[in-house]
Ligand binder design. Structure first.
Ligand SMILES: Nc1nc2c(ncn2[C@@H]2O[C@H](COP(=O)(O)OP(=O)(O)OP(=O)(O)O)[C@@H](O)[C@H]2O)c(=O)[nH]1
Ligand SMILES: [Zn+2]
Length: 207
């Protein structure tokens, strides 16, 4: 999808799409932040930095240009009657918090109980990646991953757990380095069946 088509995280208060600035405008904003940090944007070592930062942003925030549902649309039905949990453990999460634009890093655990069809397992990791490559709160991201799987696959239930360390808490502010944050979202049988939910948590190593 083109870089000028932005699909922001849902914000019900905003009706109009956000207009993406030009590369030149984005680079100028980085020069402003360099000066705000106290350095000279014209210093030789910093001359190419705005270009590098803008390119890094393209990668860190590439999730605005991707539609997770697209990845979940191809399913497979021939699984010989398989009817138990499908779970991906320890999916890397590299995201940025929407409050400080600081990284938060961790792991996601994603499971669903198939109703009929299953999906290619790599697509679940892609869904995590797409939502993580946006400005996020961990809670929003956990709910978005769960919703995308639930809406696309209509499984018997979906379970998502994210365990992450927020650099806005470890490198600034309260400076707590060893605190990780766990968020969970459960639907369907994972919500109604405590034994199944506990099985998921044990399989994630959190039970
Ligand atoms: N719930 C939630 N909070 C987050 C997340 N990422 C960062 N935060 C918190 O967002 C809050 C923002 O609080 P503010 O008081 O507005 O900002 P601040 O003055 O920079 O806060 P401190 O981080 O405490 O210095 C902080 O408590 C952060 O720890 C997240 O994913 N979920
Ligand atoms: Zn933060």
């Amino acid at each position: 999808m083109a870089m000028d088509a932005i699909t922001p995280n849902k914000d019900k208060a905003r009706a109009e799409p956000v207009k993406r600035p030009t590369v030149q405008e984005a680079e100028e904003a980085v020069r402003t932040l360099i000066a705000w940090a106290g350095d000279d944007p014209q210093r030789e070592g910093l001359l190419d930095t705005p270009k590098r930062v803008v390119n890094a942003y393209k990668e860190w925030f590439s999730g605005y240009d991707e539609d997770p549902v697209k990845y979940l649309s191809r399913t497979f039905e021939d699984v010989q009657g398989y009817d138990d949990i499908v779970m991906l453990r320890s999916i890397d999460v590299e995201s940025h918090c929407e409050h400080h634009m600081a990284p938060f890093l961790g792991k996601a655990y994603v499971a669903y109980m198939p109703s009929a069809a299953v999906v290619g397992i790599s697509k679940l990791a892609r869904v995590v990646e797409i939502f993580s490559k946006r400005l996020q709160t961990q809670e929003t991201m956990t709910a978005q991953i769960c919703d995308a799987i639930t809406e696309s696959l209509a499984p018997m239930g979906t379970a998502v757990l994210i365990d992450a360390v927020h650099e806005c808490m470890s490198t600034r502010g309260v400076h707590h380095k060893d605190v990780s944050t766990i968020t969970t979202q459960f639907t369907g049988v994972f919500k109604s069946d405590a034994d199944l939910r506990n099985r998921f948590l044990r399989m994630a190593g959190k039970g």
